[in-house]
Design a protein around this ligand. Structure first.
Ligand SMILES: Nc1nc2c(c(=O)[nH]1)N[C@H]1C(S)=C(S)[C@@H](COP(=O)(O)O)O[C@H]1N2
Ligand SMILES: [Mo]
Length: 216
């Protein structure tokens, strides 16, 4: 894992947007027929957003530590990941910078199956993530346990592209996309919350796009 780089120009702009409340519409009710959360626009491409470092970890060297308040801590290899039950999911992406992308086909392991394997203890309330580029993020265990949340290794039937977090990223589609860590290296079940990279730079701790939880 590398250290988090000095805040880049983009990081400084995004911190500033949090102060200014950029993209906020104030419309937080979900219309019956709306698939697009407030303040979002649809894109057909898939933009790349990250801290500017692209870790390149081959599948045979890939490791995922699953640690903390669980009965069965483990480090998963690629083989372990592929030996776990495999699930296909279709979901939409909502990025806080206002783009959304519909109908992404993902393959991977559900967080439900991951939790079956490691058995979180009753006192685990939050889940903290660390990535190979030093990025961190956090969420409540209830959000992690969403039936739509998936540890993803494939997109549209092919290996997840490196710039989108390959070989493995998390996808938690009911939250803004910064809560979906790319190049995931460690999942820690915790007994208290610990705000991540964007969460300490003015971004919302929960991040529900339907409630426009962009900034704190
Ligand atoms: N490891 C890591 N994960 C990350 C980020 C990052 O910088 N590093 N950026 C987050 C942000 S702000 C967004 S919007 C999405 C972008 O994912 P994409 O590049 O696949 O569109 O990744 C999230 N996960
Ligand atoms: Mo983002």
């Amino acid at each position: 894992m590398t250290d988090i780089p000095e805040d880049s120009k983009l990081t400084r702009s995004k911190s500033r947007w949090a102060e200014l409340g950029k993209f906020l519409t104030g419309k937080t009710s979900r219309p019956e027929d709306s698939r697009l959360p407030p303040g979002q626009h649809l894109v057909r491409n898939w933009p790349v957003l990250d801290l500017g470092q692209t870790p390149n970890v081959a599948r045979e060297n890939w490791r995922l530590d699953i640690a903390g308040a669980i009965e069965a801590p483990i480090t998963w290899t690629w083989h372990d990941l592929m030996s776990a039950p495999q699930t296909h999911k279709l979901s939409d992406i909502h990025c806080v910078t206002s783009w959304s992308r519909y109908d992404n086909n993902w393959d991977g392991v559900t967080t439900h199956d991951l939790m079956e394997a490691v058995r979180p203890r009753a006192e685990a309330t939050h889940v903290l993530f660390t990535s190979n580029d030093g990025y961190t993020t956090n969420m409540a265990i209830e959000d992690f346990a969403s039936p739509e949340a998936l540890l993803v290794h494939s997109w549209e039937g092919a290996p997840l592209p490196l710039d989108h977090g390959g070989p493995v990223r998390l996808v938690v589609p009911h939250l803004y996309f910064w809560k979906s860590p790319k190049w995931i290296r460690r999942i820690e079940f915790a007994t208290r919350d610990h705000p991540g990279f964007w969460e300490v730079r003015g971004y919302h701790n929960h991040a529900d796009p339907w409630l426009e939880e962009r900034y704190s």
